[in-house]
Design a protein around this ligand. Structure first.
Ligand SMILES: O=C(O)C(=O)COP(=O)(O)O
Length: 439
């Protein structure tokens, strides 16, 4: 792998000191500057080849466009929603994260909030400090026998499930990627969101924030929930619509909320924070000694490995660095029926997923399981109905349809099938290329 030259790195947030130490031991100059304004960051960033951040530094298009020789943005943590990954990708800047370092800490805080909601511990502690002894006001309910709905069954969702099962909770969930057979092995029954909402006593969300998850819990979904449902968000502000949550708390439809994250951090509008049934924290999910040590070490080692040309781990964006693609553990070339295909994938929630096929980047990761039909076709609104009709004629059911993010020109699609097609010839009038496989 052609090495990337990184001589100077700016760390713009409080990252564990081991990060700086590892980078320096490998000959990289490190500057730490915290609490910079956007203008300060724009002025400062010009001199660096690398930037290491947590969630507070907003690496917007303005910041990225102000960079001169920036090669890498390292996120010491999981979420990269504070980084404009598209703009970075267009500029050929690699964005990298450390997705496993804070899993346990985020899961433990989620469980802490769930239990605090059941027994009102924060409110009772404040009442004690105010000189009271009120045993009636803080009557709680057992977790035992209650139903916990977990939306998002990746690493954190899984750890929350297994911990809360030890309290005797029944865990149900939903995830578009992790297959139900996988979550069943750790005791989570998967079902559609429509089936999940009305069953839950508690709901916790563990998804990234993206268009399909923004406002996942909104007025409509709250209305489908049990009256008094309690909700926790230790993932990203906005997955639970904040205005809808306030309305649900006020009407009693929602009996309590544990919030570690907000759309705006810190939140200027304090209505949720001040609500008596809300327990909140200032984005503390990853704030443990252990998680910070792991994330600081992981990001530094990943950057050093990349600089040494040893490998590229944790890259969220790699476009315009084609010389690196063949070296990513999840980039493969597949030969099917004599044609070769370049695929980029990863593992999410223990299951393999496909992210990109021959330059078609899928809108959602495609779960590599079951019978899959890959087809290349010119993007058009007629494609889905035509493929559906054709499959119906062949007596095959469509189980999923994954479309690419770009809706113009020739693109790759992936269709999940109840069984493989006997003959791909029937697809010829619709598609440019087709291949199918069973995983
Ligand atoms: O890793 C994540 O996604 C987090 O939300 C943690 O954010 P932080 O590093 O504590 O600013």
């Amino acid at each position: 792998m052609a090495p990337i030259s990184i001589k100077r790195i700016l760390i713009s947030e409080s990252v564990d000191p081991c990060c700086k130490k590892i980078l320096q031991e490998n000959g990289i100059q490190v500057t730490e500057k915290q609490n910079m304004s956007k203008d300060d960051l724009i002025a400062e960033i010009k001199d660096y080849d690398g930037l290491v951040v947590r969630s507070a530094t907003k690496v917007t298009a303005d910041v990225i466009n102000a960079t001169g020789n920036l090669q890498i943005i390292g996120r010491a943590g999981t979420g990269v929603d504070n980084v404009d990954v598209d703009t970075a990708t267009k500029k050929g800047i690699i964005v990298m994260n450390t997705p496993s370092g804070n899993t346990i800490s985020a899961a433990e805080l989620t469980c802490t909030l769930l239990m605090s909601l059941s027994r009102h511990v924060p409110q009772a502690a404040m009442s004690m400090k105010a000189g009271n002894w009120d045993r009636k006001k803080f009557m709680g309910a057992e977790m035992y026998g209650k139903i916990l709905g977990i939306v998002g069954l990746g690493r954190i969702g899984k750890e929350v499930a297994t911990r809360m099962q030890s309290f005797g909770m029944k865990t149900i969930g939903y995830d578009p990627i992790t297959p139900p057979e996988v979550t069943a092995t750790w005791g989570v029954d998967q079902m559609s969101l429509e089936q999940l909402w009305p069953q839950c006593d508690y709901i916790t969300v563990h998804t990234p924030l993206m268009p399909s998850t923004a406002g996942l819990l909104n007025d409509t979904s709250f209305a489908k929930c049990k009256k008094g449902v309690k909700v926790v968000n230790c993932a990203r502000g906005g997955i639970i619509d904040e205005d809808a949550l306030l309305r649900a708390l006020e009407s009693g439809q929602c009996g309590g909320a544990g919030l570690d994250v907000f759309v705006e951090e810190p939140p200027k509008n304090r209505a949720l924070v001040n609500h008596p049934n809300v327990i909140s924290c200032p984005h503390l999910g990853a704030s443990t000694k252990e998680a910070q040590a792991r994330c600081g070490q992981d990001i530094a080692l990943q950057i050093v490995d990349m600089v040494m040309g040893k490998g590229l781990v944790g890259a969220v964006s790699i476009r315009h660095k084609p010389h690196l693609i063949g070296h990513i553990t999840c980039g493969v070339c597949i030969s099917v029926n004599g044609s070769s295909y370049r695929a980029t994938g990863s593992v999410q929630g223990g299951a393999p997923v496909l992210l990109e096929l021959n330059h078609s980047v899928f809108r959602q990761p495609v779960s590599l399981t079951g019978n899959l039909l890959f087809l290349k076709a010119t993007a058009s609104p007629q494609l889905l109905p035509s493929v559906t009709g054709l499959l119906a004629t062949a007596g095959v059911e469509m189980e999923s349809f994954s479309a690419p993010a770009t809706r113009s020109g020739d693109q790759w699609y992936c269709v999940g099938l109840s069984s493989l097609l006997g003959d791909l010839g029937a697809l010829k009038p619709l598609v440019k290329e087709a291949a199918q496989l069973s995983v």
